[in-house]
Design a binder for this molecule. Structure first.
Ligand code: TMP
Length: 240
């Protein structure tokens, strides 16, 4: 299916994206919205052009990851706000990788934002909005059947591989990858990276000034939100 792929029925609407069926049962269209939420959707706003920027940034990142052997759900970008993706059975986990302390880890453990971790930290969160995506461990995951041992092994190693790839990629763009969140799903028995990779799902700081260039500008009312997203895309597009 090419860019002429026709989307049909809306099958899911989340906080930042919509999913539509296509005439191929294995493929969906993922549409990126400008809506932004934080703190369990208690804070809501519109970031002008965010959908267009995150679609393009995700395309660049998915293509990079695929080129390094990471299997993703990305097929191709269709339009400014739409990408064609493989349909997956979503594994209801959010995998967070942290290189530097910020956000949830700073709060949970009473740590100073900016502390450089001796090694990356991987966290699992149960993907359930009503519970605000609580942190869980491997025992919860296996006991509840959210993923099996073999799947978790793949998810862990792919997540750290993605961290290595993205840390050096963003570094070349003069950005520090502080932390990020990944979601995985299963397509024809294979685990694929899903969702999006964008300033909504990564913390990115300018390497020199440590200026925040991600959704924390929205979460913390820092201003300049749209400019920050534009700046990340501008840097990523150099050489792409
Ligand atoms: P946290 O510090 O708030 O747990 O966030 C860790 C990373 O995950 C950060 O880069 C932002 C991203 N994230 C999401 O993509 N979705 C979410 O719902 C949350 C809470 C964080």
């Amino acid at each position: 299916m090419g860019p002429e792929a026709k989307r049909s029925e809306l099958i899911y609407e989340g906080k930042a994206k919509k999913l539509y069926k296509t005439d191929d049962p294995n493929l969906l269209v993922q549409e990126f919205k400008d809506d932004a939420t934080a703190f369990g959707a208690t804070k809501h706003g519109i970031i002008n052009q965010k959908g267009v920027i995150n679609n393009r940034i995700s395309e660049i990142v998915f293509k990079l990851l695929e080129s390094k052997g990471v299997a993703t759900h990305f097929v191709q970008r269709l339009s400014p706000r739409e990408m064609l993706i493989k349909k997956v059975k979503v594994i209801p986990l959010e995998i967070t990788i942290r290189n530097i302390v910020a956000g949830g880890m700073a709060k949970l453990l009473g740590l100073e934002e900016g502390l450089i971790l001796k090694e990356p930290v991987l966290e699992y969160h149960y993907k359930e909005d009503n519970l605000h995506d609580p942190m869980i461990n491997e025992y919860h995951i296996k006991a509840l059947g959210l993923a099996n041992t073999a799947d978790l092994k793949v998810i862990n190693s792919v997540s750290f591989q993605i961290n290595n790839i993205l840390k050096s990629f963003f570094d070349r763009k003069h950005l520090i990858l502080v932390d990020f969140k990944l979601e995985f799903g299963k397509h024809k028995g294979k685990i694929l990276l899903g969702d999006e990779v964008s300033p909504d799902t990564c913390r990115l700081w300018d390497k020199t000034t440590k200026e925040k260039l991600d959704k924390d500008r929205f979460r913390m009312d820092l201003g300049g939100v749209e400019d920050a997203y534009h700046e990340v895309l501008r840097r990523l597009e150099v050489g792409n």
